[in-house]
Ligand binder design. Structure first.
Ligand code: COA
Length: 173
């Protein structure tokens, strides 16, 4: 499964991504804004593990490589919740620092949201953002998400405490 972007595409990860993935992802400014499940340092073994996980996931694709001008520049994905949260999806994304502020995350998230709403029985999409990350909040707002809640001091990352912000998008709200 591939999703078109103006100068690129969202596509499944492949084994050929390992070197660029490790190089892009081995970056504290990315790790600082993501869950602790995201490794730091990020080596080739971590890249292999991630790519293998994506390959195992199969279709429909939920975790995409972001490719611009033929280069891997980041990642974006959907986590579908289950049980009483069935129909709710968490979105997450990151872009390599050399590619920040070019509209890439916004375009990637727009494409993902359009695909997810059309392909899955989704009642709600949500994202959690750390209080010190206004760029991500801006990306979400540009894609139609609304800031629904702020949880003071909910996050500790690298020894620093910040708020947790919850953004939501309810299709047809
Ligand atoms: C958040 C992130 C994905 C944004 O990627 P990007 O491709 O640079 O995003 P875009 O260029 O599409 O949009 C960024 C927006 O944030 C704005 N922005 C950037 N830094 C900002 C700041 N310090 N304060 C306020 N807005 C800021 C930009 O101006 C732009 O908004 P605009 O189009 O209205 O001018 C990227 O910074 C990243 O990977 N960060 C680390 C991982 C991360 O935070 N992931 C998301 C976790 S919720």
């Amino acid at each position: 499964m591939e999703l078109a972007m103006s100068n690129g595409r969202l596509r499944p990860f492949a084994s050929g991504d390992r070197a660029s993935l490790a190089e892009l992802a081995n970056e504290e400014r990315i790790w600082r804004n993501l869950t602790d499940l995201f490794p730091n340092p990020y080596g080739l073994d971590n890249a292999d593990e991630w790519i293998e996980r994506c390959v195992q996931e199969g279709e429909p694709t939920r975790n995409f490589a972001i490719e611009v001008d033929g280069r891997l520049v980041g990642a974006i994905g959907l986590d579908l919740l289950d049980g009483e949260k069935a129909g709710v999806g968490n979105v997450g994304y990151w872009v390599g620092v050399d590619f920040w502020n070019r509209g890439i995350a916004t375009e990637a998230l727009r494409a993902l949201v359009e695909y997810v709403v059309a392909s899955f029985p989704i009642r709600r999409l949500q994202a959690t953002v750390f209080g010190w990350n206004p760029a991500s909040g801006r990306v979400l707002e540009k894609c139609g998400f609304i800031l629904e809640g702020r949880f003071p001091n909910a996050i500790v990352k690298g020894g620093d405490v910040t708020d947790e912000l919850v953004y939501g998008l309810v299709p047809n709200r």
